[in-house]
Design a protein around this ligand. Sequence first.
Ligand code: PMP
Length: 446
Amino acid sequence: MRTQPRSVAEEYLAQTPGSRALYERAERVMPGGTTRTSVYHPPYPLYAARGEGCRVWDVDGTRRLDLVVNYTAMIAGHAHPAVVHAIQEQAALGTSFAAANAHEVDLAAELVERVPSVEKVRFTNSGTEATMMALRLARAHTGREKFAKAEGGYHGSHDLVQVSTRVDLEHGGPEDAPIATPDAVGTLSYALETAVVIPFNDAAAATRILDRNAGELAAVIVEPIMGAGGMIPADPEYLQALRVACDRHGIMLIFDEVISFRVARGGAQERYGITPDLTTLGKVIGGGLPVAAFGGRAGVMDVLDPRRPDFLPQAGTLNGHPLGMAAGLATLKLLTPAAYAELERLGERSREGLRAVFAEHQVAATVTGDASLFQVHLTPGPVRNHRDSRRGDAAQLRDFVLGLTNRGVLLNMRGMGAMSTPVTDAEVDELLEAADAVLTAARQPA
Ligand code: PMP
């Protein structure tokens, strides 16, 4: 007879035999059984069988509330009928061509109409390619080679941005003068020399560093809401200080809105009232298909115009893919002003509700985020930059998240969550009740 309650890990193992079986097969054919590091977590990830609205069913048939929504991408939830219809309609007409297509023009026009800084836009297949192209364009436009990035900022997986993303608190240097650190084995020493690292949310220190390096900088790239680094909104004053420094020195200001575009019709740049020179977009603009984009002032984007003798080429077999363009457009059409207001209201309720639950259980926690986005940090806070987030107890947080998974609610292992349009107050209640139950159970010895 069982006298002790199951540990969180034991409960997960008991609930997920189908995922375990798939993982054992996967492990033989893929390193660590995965093709995407961010989906892996110990002991093994869930394998999804299907999704509908804000629910995901795993291969064992267990239904859970999905608040990860593929790392914020699925803003209209899974298998939204309008998105499915758009994809099916186009799939029946052919999936990819060596030709331009009408959906591509429609989605470009929609983005230009929405995003203040975007007068012209180009599509890519991933956020990684979007930031790679935006940085290359900035180099082509300015004739300079280096760029500045905020410590903790994540801009995808190309070589140049594999710097100071996950900061080692011991080796990162002073908080107001961070040093460029490699993200992982394989980071180029060239990348460490090319990236100038500025602190996030410290306008004075960032300005000092930009002034010192101005002559060499093509761009400053920053997320208006730092996503992977902790879902931490930038102060508008910080973004404004970057804007001023960039104007002073002829540096291109790039907002990486791959995540933050979802906070308002025109993205965080509209919400916070600061207009960059270039913007990168991804996730929601593809409605769950591999679509991203970069755009900006016409005068800068026209460097890509193939009618020019010295233009910057942009290749990509699947760029402007008609399925992705159709799915993205169908998704954006669902995002009315009322939809954004509701996403924000539910996001705010989630943040406030989680703060109250942690306070009730006397667990030191900080909940960051804005609009439809939130993240839990197990630290008293405040959490204003990535270093603050790293001070949280990551192992305890993973236990909390796995506990939620066992109770039918999915966050990512860093404690990040996002609202989607199918979420209602009932789902927020479900999140808060599950959090309360996990914290209650954590008090009992396992
Ligand atoms: N920029 C930001 C801000 C991101 O959050 C991400 C992905 N999470 C990327 C760029 C890279 O996008 P992708 O994964 O599509 O390459």
